[in-house]
Ligand binder design. Structure first.
Ligand SMILES: NC(=O)c1ccc[n+]([C@@H]2O[C@H](COP(=O)([O-])OP(=O)(O)OC[C@H]3O[C@@H](n4cnc5c(N)ncnc54)[C@H](OP(=O)(O)O)[C@@H]3O)[C@@H](O)[C@H]2O)c1
Length: 249
């Protein structure tokens, strides 16, 4: 059994790899920091194949797939992603474009390529790591929330298409709230808000994925904000989100 995981060098991806390894999966781990992937290899019992790649580069997504296309892969987790805190009018445009490439373009390409393989094989799981931010606009983290909305929408639509095909292939989206990872630091956040441990979120997401749940929301507080996004007026949600994100600045 083999699981392919992007962004496995830290945070949630690292813990997803460790947890899947305890379930007996060999791991194919993708990230830019090869030293971190080597460290992960030393911490798990199953085999780890590291692939050092920059997912913001389109040709790298194709190169990664070509490297593993003949492998017997059971699970693909598009987990790599990052955010950028601050006002939209002041945010660095090239960093935002890189974020769109990593958070949207890379999972889009990898989902398409692996989905074709899985449909042919009539098996396989694809889990796209989105965010509860994908359900609402996110002032002060605007582009990031928008990237996650893209991925939630894409994933749900593909789920319905697969259902009609009758194939034994799963796709779903994990939509966590705050997790204790390097995310905040990478997003240039100065202060942390209350977060769930990455190991807990990883175990929860894998369990629900294997149970073939379409939308995976780890934690009661996160479920409540997802419900809030559905039921409360959009303006109220945006005001609340602004306040929460402002605390991180
Ligand atoms: N932390 C949260 O509060 C939170 C909440 C909801 C959703 N999420 C989502 O969870 C996922 C994992 O994030 P995290 O919280 O675990 O953050 P993290 O600790 O910063 O991990 C991000 C991972 O993405 C990889 N990555 C970033 N840019 C990349 C690139 N250009 N090419 C290849 N890999 C790249 C990083 O690897 P390298 O730097 O080594 O390349 C790292 O392994 C993300 O999709 C994030 O949006 C996080």
């Amino acid at each position: 059994m083999t699981a392919f995981i992007t962004g496995a060098s830290s945070g949630l991806g690292y813990q997803l790899a460790k947890h899947l390894s305890t379930l007996g999966y060999d791991i194919i781990a993708i990230a830019r920091r090869g030293d971190r992937l080597e460290k992960l290899a030393g911490e798990i019992e199953t085999r780890l194949t590291p692939i050092v790649a920059d997912l913001s580069v389109e040709s790298e997504c194709h190169r990664i797939f070509d490297t593993v296309r003949d492998s017997d892969i059971d699970i693909v987790i598009n987990n790599a992603g990052f955010g950028l805190l601050g006002e939209f009018s002041k945010a660095d445009l090239s960093r935002e474009m890189q974020m769109i490439d990593v958070n949207c373009r890379a999972p889009h390409i990898l989902t398409k390529l692996f989905l074709a393989k899985f449909l042919e094989e009539n098996k396989g799981y694809i889990l796209n790591v989105c965010s509860v931010g994908g359900f609402m606009p996110g002032p002060l983290l605007a582009s990031y929330y928008a990237t996650k909305a893209y991925l939630v929408s894409l994933t749900r639509a593909i789920h319905e298409e697969i259902r009609h095909s009758g194939k034994n292939v799963y796709i779903g989206c994990a939509c966590p709230g705050p997790i204790d990872t390097e995310f905040n630091e990478v997003a240039s956040g100065k202060a942390k808000i209350k977060s769930r441990p990455a190991s807990w979120v990883a175990e929860y997401c894998v369990r629900k994925m294997l149970a073939r749940k379409l939308t995976i929301i780890p934690g009661l507080e996160v479920k409540l904000s997802a419900i809030g996004a559905k039921l409360l007026p959009a303006k109220l949600m945006m005001r609340m989100t602004y306040k929460i994100q402002k605390k991180k600045l």
